[in-house]
Design a protein around this ligand. Structure first.
Ligand SMILES: NC(=O)c1ccc[n+]([C@@H]2O[C@H](COP(=O)([O-])OP(=O)(O)OC[C@H]3O[C@@H](n4cnc5c(N)ncnc54)[C@H](O)[C@@H]3O)[C@@H](O)[C@H]2O)c1
Length: 364
């Protein structure tokens, strides 16, 4: 394993994006989100995503220096086309506009279609929470062979379609933030396990013969467009599977984006569509009263006595807060990912210094 310092990782991502031709603001937005995901404990959506962005930019699937284009403007409803640009720019711009509209109308419904990968969805809910807005986000993801099977199925039919909801707190952090893939494990978590030579929890994968499995390899094969490789399992039986299907319909079909049905292109171009509801708590009453009730409620939940087989009861968002404390000085990156980052840096035109120098890694 390698220990990477957050500032070196940030500089590294900025350098690689600038190598791809990004303007400085774009490069910083990408670095903020990717390193932020590592710090929040989600390596699946951290700097390990950068090689796929470099590949996308080199093969023309990901367009640098785009800004999202408004295609519908109906006051509290705005739809953007992300024009295959960096999701980190599209998400940031779309949320900024949504916050302004919610300040004006009390609520905003923001559609973002046809964006390159928008990463960790909690990042967008956090942007809303800093502006004291509650938010709900439905997302689909397409590009390669779908990864997740519908409940009862042995073949993959949709993406790991994340759902996210957050309420703001008294400071800049959300009081609670639920941010989850609708598969039991995110696809990126299977990638991280595979790169580390680890297994995933039993029953989270279906192998090519239709059996439940703990082997992440079928997920890697699906990501490489082997349609018969198996699937990831949706969380919560029929309920998670149903939520994933609603994510496709609400974030893609409703906004003129592409669902995972096979007539839509599967050419390894990683596209997200997102429907966001942004709500100003001050529009429904006093912010202070809302915030006090949120605090009393969450304290009540947090004080629940743990079950005999658990040590603690956590609120949604607390695991990420704990990870930020534990990772503030640095985080682990596996050697396979360091090598992928090194190759990506070279593909982006950075070859004077080694990636290990750029990343500031200490090998262990
Ligand atoms: N852009 C995309 O296409 C895409 C696709 C899928 C997932 N994602 C992202 O992947 C990331 C990881 O998703 P995941 O499903 O693996 O997350 P996860 O399972 O680690 O966590 C899901 C949620 O549960 C909460 N949680 C975790 N453990 C808890 C516990 N013990 N008690 C109480 N709450 C707990 C977390 O705070 C989080 O809100 C998310 O940030 C998601 O947005 C993105």
């Amino acid at each position: 394993m390698a220990i990477v310092s957050p500032s070196s990782a940030h500089n590294f991502v900025v350098s690689v994006c600038i190598g791809l031709g990004s303007e400085s603001t774009e490069a910083h937005l990408v670095a903020d989100q990717l390193v932020g995901a590592n710090l929040a404990g989600h390596d699946s959506h951290g700097i390990g995503m950068l090689p796929s962005y470099v590949a996308g930019a080199v093969n023309g699937h990901l367009k640098v220096n785009q800004t999202p284009k408004i295609t519908t403007d109906a006051g509290a409803l705005v739809v953007f086309d992300g024009q295959s640009g960096f999701g980190q720019v599209n998400g940031y711009e779309a949320m900024n506009e949504g916050i302004k509209r919610a300040e004006q109308f009390g609520v905003a419904i923001i559609g973002l279609r046809n964006s390159y990968h928008i990463g960790r969805i909690g990042h967008w809910a956090e942007q809303c929470a800093v502006a004291k807005m509650a938010s709900v986000h439905f997302v689909n993801v397409i590009g390669h062979t779908p990864l997740v099977a519908p409940h009862g199925g042995a073949q993959s039919r949709f993406g790991t379609n994340p759902f996210c909801a957050a309420v703001p707190g008294k400071g800049n952090e959300p009081a609670a933030l639920l941010d989850m893939a609708t598969s039991i494990i995110a696809g990126g978590k299977a990638r991280v396990a595979y790169n580390r030579g680890d297994l995933v929890p039993m029953g989270t994968v279906i192998d090519a013969s239709g059996q439940l499995s703990n082997d992440p390899a079928p997920v890697m094969r699906l990501m490489n467009n082997d349609q018969d490789a198996g699937a990831l399992v949706a969380f919560g039986e029929h309920k998670g599977s149903g939520l994933a299907i609603m994510c496709e319909l609400l974030s893609a079909a409703l906004l003129g984006g592409e669902t995972s049905q096979p007539e839509n292109a599967r050419n390894s171009k990683i596209i997200n569509n997102m429907l966001s509801l942004i709500i100003d708590p001050s529009a429904t009453g006093e912010y202070e009263a809302f915030s006090d009730e949120v605090e009393r409620y969450l304290t009540y939940i947090a004080e629940t006595k743990p079950r005999s087989d658990t040590k603690e009861v956590l609120l949604p968002g607390q695991p990420e807060a704990k990870a930020r404390l534990a990772r503030a000085e640095g985080f682990d990156v596996d050697v396979v990912t360091v090598n992928h980052l090194s190759s990506a840096a070279q593909a982006a035109g950075i070859d004077q210094v080694t990636s290990q120098d750029l990343l500031g890694v200490t090998m262990q």
